[in-house]
Design a protein around this ligand. Structure first.
Ligand code: FAD
Length: 432
């Protein structure tokens, strides 16, 4: 499709507790609130609505966690990639301030939610570290630490020696550390959230793509291949996958995000000796490269990492030596690592790197455009969107609303973005 095909042989699919598939929708029925999409956003929205006694039906095209939520690196990061707190507040005023607060607290909120719902998702709140890959990038780390600390985030700047201690590598120069971050097994979290939803009475239908929706007699009517549901309110939580199954559902949303394949990989489990010297505190790490370097341990002491490709052809085989060399350079004790799993998934990028949260019609809500940072964010946004659907005034919520901005020549941009942007990022990465 775009820069190669999505492949699913993920570590998470191999190690997560299995989930019994929910039935396909095969009837004409009604609900109070319909949620489209079974990722963190849809599941969190459904869970929060069910907690406050609402009737909810969640429709997922494939299976729970099929999208970004079941395929990601599992890093729980309380910042956005490019939308900085000052810029968010400048753009959205008070709503922006509330949203910055939501991002600041989003990692802890995710870990708390997993604990409250008894979800076994290998959660480790060991902190998130963003090391600077060039000395000059420390200025950016310092600026970010100041901006977040001013807003109450418990983050701090680590110097080069502290950085080396955290990473077990002298390749980086210091950086921003936030103890509230960490990592999870994302598919286990998605399945656990689905179980929590079902326990509270949410009806989930899998293998049920919504193919179109229309307003009829003051309600929303959602069509699926073998059934139809009428709802007072709808949450569209299909994010980067909005145009994946049908172009008819929400074309304006689909054209406002560019789905870019992100590749994930897991090494064979490390020996105890190797593990003790590499990121000994088990933090989640993603650095300041545009062509991002990222890694974290899973429960079995595999390093879960990955990379980007301009062209996805034969991607898994091409990435193994590239990412292997990068890891070896950082951690010589690894030698050339063996990778047991390679998989990928679509990240929803927007033109201005801001997510958009929109009300698209009466009782019709959506958000999209995580730009690579949506694990913590989507769970917290689910809470706020549930409150909006339940009728709480938006002026009280952390929802900086904006219209989706369809990207001109979207089909072309989808195809050419990775081959054009990745070399540009690499070029910038090499400069001060
Ligand atoms: C490879 C990868 C690595 C990432 N790593 C990180 C990370 O380490 N940290 C971080 O913070 N973020 C990361 N992200 C981003 C993060 O995973 C996403 O922001 C987050 O999971 C989005 O959740 P969501 O529920 O909004 O969307 P998704 O999880 O994508 O869910 C959307 C769901 O909607 C369904 N759907 C689509 N269309 C329809 C339809 N018509 N009818 C019914 N269902 C439909 C899809 O099948 C899908 O299950 C990563 C993303 C990817 C792809």
């Amino acid at each position: 499709m775009i820069s190669g095909q999505q492949i699913s042989a993920s570590l998470w699919a191999d190690v997560s507790p299995p989930r019994e598939a929910a039935a396909q929708l095969q009837a004409r029925t009604e609900t109070d609130i319909a949620v489209i999409g079974g990722g963190f956003s849809g599941l969190s929205t459904a869970l929060h609505l069910a907690r406050s006694g609402h009737q909810v039906m969640l429709l997922e095209a494939m299976e729970v966690g099929f999208g970004g939520s079941g395929r990601n690196n599992g890093q729980v990061i309380p910042t956005m990639t490019a939308a900085e707190p000052d810029a968010i507040e400048d753009r959205f005023g008070e709503a922006g301030e509330r949203f910055v607060g939501l991002i600041r607290d989003s990692a802890s909120y995710l870990f708390d939610t997993a604990r409250e719902e008894n979800i076994d998702c290998e959660a480790e709140q060991t902190g998130w570290f963003q090391p600077a890959h060039r000395e000059s990038r420390l200025a950016l780390s310092r600026k970010r630490v100041e901006a977040w600390a001013k807003r109450g985030a418990p983050c701090r700047l680590l110097d080069r020696a502290e950085c080396e201690e955290v990473l077990g590598s002298d390749l980086w120069h210091g950086g921003m550390y936030n103890p509230t971050g960490g990592h999870i097994n994302p598919l286990a979290l998605a399945r656990g959230l689905a179980a929590a939803c079902e326990k509270r009475g949410v009806t989930i239908h899998e293998k049920t793509p919504v193919t179109s929706m229309e307003r009829r007699d003051g309600k929303w009517c959602l069509r699926t291949p073998n059934g139809e549901v009428t709802a007072r309110a709808v949450m569209l939580a299909s994010n980067a996958y909005t145009g994946h199954f049908t172009s008819a559902l929400a074309p304006k949303i689909a054209r406002s995000v560019v789905p870019v394949l992100s590749w994930q990989m897991a090494t064979a489990p490390l020996t105890d000796e190797q593990r003790k010297t590499i990121v000994p505190g088990r933090e989640a790490v993603s650095d300041t490269h545009g062509d991002l370097r990222f890694f974290r341990f899973d429960k079995r002491n595999r390093l879960v990492t990955g990379g980007a490709l301009a062209c996805g052809l034969n991607g898994a085989e091409r990435l193994k030596p590239l990412v292997g060399r990068r890891l070896q350079e950082a951690f010589p004790v690894l030698g050339m690592p063996k990778f047991d799993f390679v998989w990928n998934g679509y990240i929803g990028m927007t033109e201005d790197r801001f997510p958009f949260i929109s009300q698209l019609g009466p009782d019709f809500w959506c958000w999209a455009g995580c730009n690579g940072r949506g694990v913590g964010l989507s769970v917290s946004l689910g809470r706020e969107l549930a409150a909006a659907i339940a009728g709480q005034p938006v002026s009280d919520l952390a929802l900086p609303l904006s219209d989706p901005k369809p990207i001109p020549l979207h089909s072309l941009i989808k195809t050419v973005a990775p081959p054009v942007m990745l070399p540009l990022y690499r070029w910038r990465d090499g400069r001060d």
